[in-house]
Design a protein around this ligand. Structure first.
Ligand code: ADP
Ligand code: MG
Length: 752
């Protein structure tokens, strides 16, 4: 097993609109020929730092060239059965998603992921005598939780598991068998819709999660050999969330929490890289984050890995760009041990092949059925199942006709025979349906297994074959050129690094002047190197301080939030409940989170022994308050009977009828009249006609009723003497106001 290093490429995006409008200076020089990036220090324009990588791309680089040069070889090796990982790392808004996904509707700007789809399916279409099975899954790690982006419930968190055969894997992650570019693109599009994004000051559609698109390609030879070895290559396409600073992205609230988790997992990634490169204590902290656990094979394990470090050119991102370049420069030294994965236990292709063979065998079994009882012969297998079924059906139909035409049969016998025949026909129909189902299942399974050309191709094939061959040759030439360029870059880099060492060997000088010149040059070089090391040290110190400051700031904000929550808990949750809840809390290792166990699992709290007769602890004040009449009406001091059982009486809106007030004179007249009511009465006056006392009383009462309908004072008698309450005819005062009408004066009723 040969070890190889992680391939690191750097891509610098063009200045964006904001940077151009604000006239930021470009501080990044990309030197593609040497594979180097030079970054100028904005505060000291003369000083610069240089980093070398496997390949570097400037702002004019195009997606196709990037793919062909840096990613195609990796995808090719996945098709051969190696594991491969491509991951994009960098500050928010530097083009990670652009590199990985690109612009969906613009074919020229398609990123690595869609290009790899085309590459894989083209390769399969052009392959010979090989069967392939392609599966795709899409997940994201959001706030340290794994989510399946293509499942029905994308918010559901999944667990990471590990087993000795397959290593680390995500339990219950859905995977889709894809037969074409369209199908696999559909998986990607569905996942992208579900991906967590959010706007920050640095990028309007900043990816807030690490997204991993996984493609598994299983393949095996078909045809001659009995033993078909299956090889399985897994391709992980990782678009990391941006490394970011809280101050620049303006993150707060949920964004801040996301950012702290993003930064946590990225620093865990950085620690894994450092541990792999330094290799001092042998421990690699893969378990510090979900991301590093999932990428365990890609970093220092069984995988070929390409890391794309994305940077921006503007001066205000100097620190982040420098950090990314340092990060990438370290990753160059990670050594992986890729190997072809042969015949893994969980190969789906094998189970598909076995299932197809089983179904085919049972289909043949169904066809090869004894023809007739007693004949013992087998059904002619050269006939198709449809032909066989048609024949049998025709035979049964003929038999039916014979029975119907046979006049020697009695009715009962005929019915019996017809029934048996009908059963046979039914059975045949069921069998036919079963066979059809089996055949369609075989067809469905076979359609999932992709094959290119089967059989030997002729030397002088069709025009299509010839064109394909030419394309392949062209591609091979292109790859050769790319490889040569890479070698050239490598040699250049080696020459540069050897330059200083070579000088040390030239110790023989012909003259003093020559020695002076040589040593002056050497001194200059050494001085420059010393300067750069000193600069590096100061940069690292600055970066360390900055990171610490940022972590402290984030910690402070999070602490503030925690203190607020603690304050709420201590002031609003009674201590007994708090204790109870705390005792119910337990930490789930697998899920890596605190869980609250069910209340029924917990022992009940013992009843307070303050008083045997009380259901709950009762203070003296409460007892006192409960005994007083006033407070007993409040629920607060009630013990178990907190309900008020008395009825709520509605407010009265009517009042008792009060009869009309009768003046004493009238009352006297009435009393008198009632004493002698049986006698008719006459008024003793010659002027008046004799009247009936009943009709008189009736009219008197009516008048009285009219009077009491008008407003009047209860003490009218008292005011009647005042000048303002003079009597006016018909109750009307000269100023128009209505006054109380005078009662009729008793004129002395005399019995007849
Ligand atoms: P990231 O994923 O790193 O946060 P994006 O990929 O979303 O950043 O890129 C941010 C913006 O920059 C997008 O509008 C994208 O189109 C643009 N961009 C990034 N890299 C390039 C590039 N190489 N060429 C042109 N535009 C780019
Ligand atoms: Mg992004």
């Amino acid at each position: 097993m040969s070890a190889e290093t992680v391939k690191v490429i750097v891509r610098c995006r063009p200045m964006n609109e904001k940077e151009t409008s604000e006239n930021y200076e470009g501080i990044v020089n990309v030197l593609p020929k040497c594979g180097a990036i030079e970054i100028l220090t904005p505060t000291k324009p003369q000083t610069s730092r240089e980093f070398t990588f496997d390949c570097v791309y400037d702002s004019t680089s195009n997606q196709k060239a990037l793919y062909d040069e840096s990613f195609k070889p990796l995808v090719d090796s996945v098709l051969q059965g190696y594991n491969g990982t491509i991951f994009a790392y960098g500050q928010t808004g530097t083009g990670k998603t652009y590199t990985m996904e690109g612009v969906a509707k613009d074919p020229d700007k398609q990123g690595v992921i869609p290009r790899s789809f085309e590459h894989i399916f083209n390769h399969i279409a052009q392959s010979h005598d090989r069967q392939y099975l392609v599966r795709a899954s899409y997940l994201e790690i959001y706030k340290e939780q794994i989510r399946d982006l293509v499942s029905k419930d994308p918010k559901k968190r999944l667990e990471l598991k590990e087993n000795s055969d397959t290593g680390v894997f995500v339990k219950d992650l859905s995977s889709f068998v894809c037969k074409s570019v369209v199908e696999i693109e559909h998986v990607m599009n569905v996942g992208n819709v579900n991906r967590s994004t959010g706007a920050t000051n640095m990028n309007e559609h900043s990816s807030r999660s690490h997204a991993i698109f996984m493609i598994t390609v299983e393949s095996c030879d078909v045809g001659q050999s009995e033993e078909n070895h299956i090889v399985v290559g897994k391709l992980n396409l990782v678009d990391l969330a941006g490394s970011e600073r809280q101050t620049k992205t303006g993150a707060s609230g949920d964004r801040l929490k996301e950012a702290s988790k993003i930064n946590l997992s990225l620093s865990a990634l950085g620690n894994v890289i450092s541990a792999l490169v330094d290799g001092k204590n042998g421990h690699v902290p893969y378990r510090d984050s979900k991301l590093t656990r999932l990428l365990q094979d890609s970093l220092g394990g069984n995988s070929r890995t390409v890391m794309v470090a994305n940077i921006g050119p503007a001066s205000y991102n100097y620190e982040e760009t420098l950090t990314t370049l340092r990060y990438a420069s370290r990753a160059k030294h990670i050594r992986n041990k890729p190997q072809i994965n042969e015949d893994p236990k969980d190969a789906l292709l094998r189970s598909f092949q076995q299932e197809i063979a089983r179904l085919k065998a049972s289909l043949i079994n169904k066809k090869t059925k004894p023809k007739k009882k007693g004949e013992g012969g087998l059904h002619d297998v050269s006939k198709s199942s449809d032909e066989w079924a048609d024949d049998t059906e025709a035979e049964l139909e003929q038999e039916r006709k014979d029975i119907l035409n046979n006049s020697s049969l009695i009715a009962e016998e005929r019915d019996q025979l017809l029934k048996t025949l009908q059963n046979k026909q039914e059975e045949l129909r069921n069998k036919r349906e079963n066979q059809e189902q089996l055949a369609s299942r075989i067809e469905a399974l076979e359609s999932k297994l992709l094959t290119g050309h089967i059989g030997v191709t002729s030397e002088n094939g069709t025009i299509e074959d010839v064109t394909k061959k030419q394309q392949q040759t062209l591609e091979a030439h292109r790859q050769e050129i790319i490889e040569r360029e890479r070698q050239e870059r490598e040699i250049r880099q080696k020459l540069e690094s050897q330059d200083e060492e070579v000088i040390d060997f030239k110790e023989n000088f012909s003259s003093l002047q020559q020695e002076i010149d040589y040593k002056t040059r050497k001194l200059r070089k050494m001085y420059a190197r010393w300067q750069s090391v000193r600069q590096e040290m100061s940069d690292l110190g600055d970066e360390f301080n900055r990171q610490r400051r940022e972590l402290e700031e984030t910690q402070e904000v999070l602490m503030k939030e925690l203190r607020l929550k603690q304050l709420i808990v201590s002031h609003f949750v009674p201590p007994e409940f708090r204790r109870q809840i705390t005792s119910r809390l337990r930490y789930e290792e697998d899920e890596e989170k605190w869980m609250l166990s069910s209340a029924t699992e917990m022992p009940l709290l013992p009843r307070s022994c303050a008083s045997k007769f009380e259901l709950r602890p009762t203070s003296d004040f409460e007892k006192l308050a409960r005994s007083t009449e006033d407070s007993s009406s409040f629920g607060r001091f009630k013990c178990e009977n907190i309900f008020m059982l008395s009825l709520d009486i509605p407010q009265r809106t009517t009042k008792e009828y009060e009869g009309p007030e009768i003046s004493p004179t009238l009352q006297a007249a009435l009393t008198q009249a009632l004493q002698c009511q049986s006698h008719a009465m006459e008024v003793q006056s010659s002027k008046y006609k004799p009247v009936d006392i009943h009709s008189f009383l009736k009219s008197a009462c009516r008048r009285k009723m009219q009077l009491i309908q008008r407003p009047r004072s209860r003490n009218s008698a008292k005011f009647n003497n005042s000048p303002s309450h003079k009597r006016y005819p018909q109750g009307h005062a000269p100023d128009g106001t209505i006054t109380a009408a005078p009662y009729p004066k008793s004129r002395g009723l005399v019995p007849k």
